[in-house]
Design a protein around this ligand. Structure first.
Ligand SMILES: NC(=O)c1ccc[n+]([C@@H]2O[C@H](COP(=O)([O-])OP(=O)(O)OC[C@H]3O[C@@H](n4cnc5c(N)ncnc54)[C@H](O)[C@@H]3O)[C@@H](O)[C@H]2O)c1
Length: 307
């Protein structure tokens, strides 16, 4: 029996599902804490017997007592905090967005501190930066976000720093850029994955943005988050995930190489996102090339379409 006992918030989401898959395959105990009940992303990436190994805890990260109960009741040793309202959801309801994204994150830090654990990893975002901050950003650069969501994530990085200064609670925040892959089905930057799904179904699709970004394959992102939660810090570290900066047109080319019959059916709106194109990653690990990630995504989605 593994000594690692994980709590993953937002476990029913895209990155959370891939984290559950990796940890269950490694033989660790996983408690999946999420407000939602829809397990479709987990069912997409995990086999039924693997899903059976996950303990599902329905709860709201805005409820500190519920989070504390989850930590103590399941003798949690590792915490990965991914739950959030993504940019469009936070934009549609800024008060609730701030409650979930900011207070919910402070609750996670507070609960981990009270439980006496050494630290945690959490998801920040490229959205802590605006495009006007620069097309390439050094890892320690200050940002001037232009969305509530980006401001929430920036506040979280600040709270992490204060928990380190006041309480010695170590953390690592990771800032994904654009995560793609099975399970990525909503949010401002889901377009590349939705395009893969559309191409498989033989439908036309326009990715609603253009320009360059680091396209990060969801299983790679999950592995980096798991590594970060195993050894949080030093201090209140904040890191970028890395990977080459590629154009949305490169994503479309990769789709067309995998599905030649989709040639010409996937287009993009030639308007960049309000984000930098490239983030420095001082500790970047090797990542799955875009062409491979796109092919694997389409292969896995093909099974769903067939089903
Ligand atoms: N996907 C990306 O490209 C990307 C980019 C930058 C940052 N991030 C960050 O990574 C994390 C995971 O992203 P994702 O794409 O998997 O998101 P997702 O939307 O797929 O998953 C988020 C999960 O959080 C849950 N959740 C929302 N509010 C909750 C609450 N109050 N209590 C408990 N659970 C709640 C949702 O039900 C959902 O299952 C998020 O923090 C996100 O901000 C993602």
């Amino acid at each position: 029996m593994s000594a690692e006992r994980w709590l993953i918030t937002g476990a029913l989401g895209c990155i959370g599902s891939w984290c559950c898959r990796q940890l269950v395959r490694e033989g660790h105990a996983v408690a999946a804490f999420d407000l939602g009940e829809d397990r479709r992303r987990l069912e997409l990436v995990m086999r039924a017997e693997e899903l059976g190994a996950v303990e599902f805890l329905r709860g709201d990260i805005t409820d500190l007592e519920a989070v504390e109960r989850a930590l103590s009741g399941h003798r949690i040793t590792h915490v990965l905090h991914l739950a959030a309202m993504l940019l469009p959801l936070a934009a549609a309801d800024p008060p609730r967005g701030a409650l979930v994204n900011v207070v919910g994150t402070v609750n996670m830090f507070e609960a981990v501190k009270r439980r006496g654990l050494p630290g945690l990893a959490y998801a920040s975002s490229v959205a802590v930066y605006d495009r006007a901050d620069g097309l390439w950003m050094a890892e320690n650069a200050d940002g001037h976000p232009v969305s509530h969501y980006g401001v929430h994530k920036q506040a979280n990085e600040g709270a992490a720093r204060v928990y380190w200064l006041d309480d010695g609670l170590a953390s690592t925040g990771l800032r994904p850029h654009i995560v793609y892959g099975p399970g990525r089905d909503h949010g401002m930057t889901a377009g590349p994955t939705l395009a893969m799904f559309a191409a498989l179904r033989g439908e036309r699709y326009e990715i609603p943005f253009g320009g360059r970004a680091q396209f990060q394959y969801a299983p790679d992102a999950a592995a980096l988050f798991i590594d970060a939660a195993r050894t949080p810090g030093p201090g209140a570290a904040v890191r970028n995930l890395g990977g080459p900066s590629e154009h949305v047109a490169d994503v479309i080319s990769a789709i067309e190489r995998t599905l030649p019959e989709a040639a010409g059916t996937i287009t993009f709106k030639d308007q960049p996102l309000p984000l930098p194109e490239d983030l420095e990653a001082v500790h970047a690990a090797a990542t799955t090339p875009l062409a491979v990630g796109v092919r694997e995504t389409i292969d896995l989605l093909r099974e769903t379409v067939a089903a």
